[in-house]
Design a protein. Sequence first.
Length: 499
Amino acid sequence: MLRSIDHFIGGSSFASGERQGDVFDPNQGQVQANVRFGTAADLQKAIDAAKAAQPAWAATNPQRRARVMFKYKELVEAHMDELAHLLSSEHGKVIADSKGDVQRGLEVIEYACGIPQSLKGEYTVGAGPGIDVYSMRQPLGIGAGITPFNFPAMIPMWMFGMAIACGNAFVLKPSERDPSVPIRLAELMKEAGLPDGILNVVHGDKEMVDAILDHPDIAAVSFVGSSDIAQYIYLRGTAHNKRVQAFGGAKNHGIVMPDADLDQVVNDIAGAAFGSAGERCMALPVVVPVGDETADALRAKLIPAIEALRVGVSTDPDAHYGPVVSKAHRERIENYIQMGIDEGSELVVDGRGFTLQGHEQGFFIGPTFFDHVKPSMKSYQDEIFGPVLQMVRAADFEEAVRLPSEHLYGNGVAIFTRNGHAAREFTARVNVGMVGINVPIPVPVSYHSFGGWKRSGFGDIGQYGMEGLRFWTKNKVVTQRWPDGGPHGENAFNIPTMG
């Protein structure tokens, strides 16, 4: 009997849903569990639990809500090894990478521990004659998150950590490919003292997604996934008068200037392009050396570094990365490799056909490297989302700025240089939302905000930080005057002014 992964509603496991999905062990290529696909009725049960619990949670003072976050952080840290192994068993990333997944989510929980300070409003004394003005941020009610397979710990914590700290209830719909860690995170939140019904987890496919987008009691939806789905989420959610942030795909570029330290660049690019088997929206799958001399020197150093990468099972401490998440995804990546060949780019290192002894059915693919890739190629324009690095040679700095700026995705970009003026100029001009200077994966720290541009992001408010606080709350501004008890009300019909 395979284990069954159920919903988590109202503080306990809830078994409902005749339809089920397979959860694989990517290292073995075998089904290890089944996850229930819920219906609109299951979502309604979660909404009912959230509606019953949210008013009292919103009325709980922010400091007490923060104490739950402090305790939650402590519990997640205590269960780090358990969570990392569980995550790796369903996703395939190596244990060290899974711990990083959990840790980056915890950093947002740490930020949420300071929610009393962040929620403080503004106050103006004497905005008009005897008039004071102040603002307050209040929770929306019920929020929802729809999260991807590639970060099953980090992205859910990005969403529900901020939403719950602000006083909302939350419904999480995680990826059906690796749903066990989100359930475990919800169980630990209950153990930390969160009231039942504030955090609920429902599983499903498009049927559940549409039910979330259409439900009138859900005030806001946060999403991370592919760009086509992100656009769908944004359009359908906003059509139902919801606040929506929807983050999509990426094709991040790494610009390598002639003065860059190439040994450092190779080390950074190897990790950023191939870490987590390239299944990161902030991966660096395109390297753009400026000038053929730089390109030739970089290529000479990249080839042995790529060939030295170790692909292994998730629990191999010496492996640089593990399998991809599914057989279908491996086939998709291999199809893009063939597409690159057919389009005329040079396949320098071919990762197809990789197998691991004893794990021949696992979803492994070796590191792949293309040179002489052109911007007109579809394999360059699309997000491959696998361990494939493409080199696009730029003639000069202007072309290096133009390539990521004109690409349909605008998530992240990095420039490698020793020249401060070049870095400053690039940062100011490039049309991309997150920029790294000698930093290959420029994911902002928790007290800033995450968000891409163009088809990488729909909606105008980023994840976590102050942007996240604004997304999960609504601002109320109060203008007050206390009458002095005089008999004349001659100003009663005048609009308050500074006069």
